[in-house]
Design a binder for this molecule. Structure first.
Ligand code: FES
Length: 155
């Protein structure tokens, strides 16, 4: 596929190279997202992958989600029909970002709790079994499950 410099009539389909150039997403990542079912291509007469132009918007959403720490599986779920050939609308993006905001706020709150409990550890290094919130003396809270319940808000 030749590069289309006609801005008034942009191509409906992009090669993987053009998609990479326009989105800033490496070709390898584009192939990875396709294998994971987040985007999809079609084949042209020469059996080359061609991506619908709206894939640019889907890639932007994927990158925003990843930069916010959203797992790819979650991003795929939120994209819904956009992974199956439906163009992503502004309304779709508003709904996706709204759903992510609640998730981000919960994670920020959890991180703030961890930060507050670790404040005394900064520069300390004692890892005291009696006073350090980063250790679990005697595994007294094993019944609450794996991890560090004192740090993630379960205590
Ligand atoms: S390392 Fe000393 S209180 Fe945590």
């Amino acid at each position: 596929m030749r590069k289309n410099k006609d801005k008034a009539h942009p191509p409906k389909y992009l090669s993987v190279g053009m998609l990479s150039e326009r989105s800033g997403v490496p070709v390898s990542a584009i192939h990875f997202y396709e294998r994971k079912g987040l985007i999809r291509s079609e084949r042209d007469a020469a059996n080359h992958r061609r991506f619908p132009r709206y894939t640019l918007r889907v890639l932007a959403v994927i990158r925003v989600g990843q930069s916010a720490g959203i797992r790819l599986e979650e991003i795929r779920e939120r994209l819904g029909d956009a992974t199956r050939g439906k163009a992503l609308s502004r309304e779709d993006w508003a709904a996706i970002s709204d759903g992510w905001r609640a998730d981000l706020e919960a994670r920020i709150a959890a991180l703030a709790r961890i930060r507050d409990k670790l404040t005394g550890c900064v520069g300390c290094g004692c890892l005291s079994m009696d006073k350090c919130p980063a250790v679990n003396p005697g595994d007294r809270v094993a019944a609450q499950g794996p991890g560090a319940p004192g740090l993630d808000g379960r205590m």
